[in-house]
Design a protein around this ligand. Structure first.
Ligand code: SDX
Length: 446
């Protein structure tokens, strides 16, 4: 369990001397005192509304742009301790899962809350495998994109289009329907991603091979050419499996927040997943792995790193792949990615950009600018080097993030739907605009 203090809500009638789980607030504008309940080390901002200067006031709110210190939900899926560099899915450490689990098994854990029995895993793999095909009409949809369309744009729009093929997905409170859409989304994401990639190359689509693993089949749909059956390289297949485990969920990140927010309007899960994928596309989020590679290519050589770092410290650029809202220590995933990188390089040859990346990391970990801001490599810093070595174009990197994160998004969406405290997301605002003013006729405007 999270080591955050969880306590029953205290009250001012608690016996003298006993600890009261409340916050005593004095409003110095009026001298009034308020007792605000504390639970799980949090207060409910709605309890601040009683704080007013005048009876007619709306009452106090909390103001937290970008939710820097606001819990939007209660969750049991993923636990992160940013100071200690801890990441756990349903209580299991990312290090153990990356070493001992597979992505399908980890996806099952994230979605169901427990590791599957062998029978449950067999059934789970069966259903995912038998939902990898997509409707033939979607090929026509994909053919409409330019050859140089960004695969994330293709993925986002195609996931949204899937909602038109499965109208039963609107039945969001029917567990059987949610289960079916879960199979479809997890099963079809690699297919849509691979078809988008093949479209950009002008190569024929490769259909799923149900005899291969989840990652082996994905590699098959991406890279098969004329061989009768594609045989994935086991090192690359396992590397992708580990990377998918690392990317499966990450609690209330930007894209999960989008999934929960859009899903809270009770739209179908395909439309919500399209919104989450769009959020992930941004270079500050999942698009960072693509931005890292472009940055390393721009730097060009180890000798140019100091000049680039200087421009970062001057506030002209970001050191992509560094920093994190939660991790103020080394992202535990980045450590594992770095190890996987060398395993891939052993098969595919050393990626020369690794030397530039290592020099960026060496300088950043010593330089006061980065140390004072607690900027460490995050999950995106080294992944791009692996993907490039595996033969992926940089535009596919965020797609490779979206595929495994689909299981996390669905788990977050389902937890939101079943949480009786949740309802449609509708934040308030601090209004700083004009007060009432009258319309000005066109010929009277300066
Ligand atoms: C992911 O949330 C998640 O969990 C996301 C993720 C997941 O699994 O879902 O972990 C995946 O998105 C990882 C992050 C990938 N993004 C990048 O690598 C892009 C580069 N990083 C930055 O954009 C930034 O670090 C963020 C967006 C990741 C975090 O931003 P914050 O928490 O809002 O931090 P901030 O912008 O307030 O920065 C604090 C200071 C600022 O300097 P000052 O204004 O105090 O002088 O640190 C500086 C920032 O300018 N800073 C950086 C920097 N990141 C922050 N300076 C240079 N390079 C950077 N990368």
């Amino acid at each position: 369990m999270n080591p955050t203090k969880s306590a029953s809500v205290g009250n001012s009638e608690t016996p003298a001397g006993a600890r009261r789980d409340t916050l005593s607030i004095v409003d110095n504008r009026t001298g009034r005192q308020y007792e605000i309940p504390v639970k799980n080390d949090t207060i409910r901002p709605i309890d601040l509304r009683q704080i007013k200067v005048h009876e007619s006031d709306f009452g106090m709110m909390s103001y937290d742009p970008a939710f820097a210190n606001t819990a939007s939900c209660a969750s049991k899926i993923t636990y992160i301790d940013g100071d200690k560099g801890i990441l756990r899915y349903r209580g299991y450490s990312i290090e153990e899962l990356a070493e001992k689990s597979s992505y399908p098994e980890t996806a099952y854990l994230i979605l169901h809350g427990e590791l599957p029995t062998s029978e449950q895993l067999k059934e789970w793999n069966y259903h995912i495998t038998h939902h990898t095909f997509i409707h033939e009409s979607i090929k026509k949809f994909l053919d409409g994109f330019h050859y140089d369309a960004h695969p994330m744009g293709m993925l986002i729009s195609t996931i949204a289009a899937l909602s038109t093929f499965y109208p039963d997905a609107k039945d969001i409170f029917n567990p059987d329907s949610r289960r079916k859409q879960t199979y479809r989304l997890i099963g079809k994401m690699p297919t849509v991603a691979a078809f988008a990639y093949r479209h950009c190359l002008g190569m024929p689509f490769v259909y799923p091979d149900n005899d291969l693993s989840y990652c082996g089949n994905f590699l098959n749909m991406l890279f098969r050419t004329t061989e009768l059956q594609y045989r994935p390289n086991p090192t690359l297949e396992r590397a992708l499996d580990v990377l998918f485990i690392l990317h499966a969920d990450h609690e209330q990140n930007c894209s999960s927040t989008a999934m929960r927010g859009v899903g809270s309007s009770h739209v179908d899960p395909y439309s919500a997943t399209a919104a989450a994928t769009a959020a992930l596309y941004g270079p500050l989020h999942g698009g960072a792995n693509e931005a890292v590679l472009r940055m390393l290519v721009e730097i060009g050589s180890v000798n140019n790193v100091p000049a680039y770092v200087k421009s970062v410290k001057a506030g002209e650029k970001l050191l992509m792949g560094f920093g994190h809202r939660v991790y103020k220590n080394y992202d535990p995933r980045a450590k594992i990615v770095k190890r996987v990188a060398y395993e891939v390089f052993d098969v595919m040859g050393r990626n020369p950009l690794i030397d530039i990346a290592l020099e960026c990391e060496r300088i950043a970990l010593e330089d006061e600018y980065f140390v004072s801001r607690r900027l460490y490599p995050n999950v995106d810093f080294y992944t791009g080097l692996i993907y490039q070595s595996m033969g992926f174009p940089v535009t596919m990197f965020p797609v490779l993030f979206a595929i495994p994160r689909t299981s996390g998004w669905i788990a977050q969406w389902q937890e939101m739907l079943l949480d009786h405290e949740q309802k449609i997301s509708r934040p308030r605002q601090v209004y700083l605009g004009y007060d009432l003013r009258s319309y000005v006729p066109l010929d009277h405007r300066s």
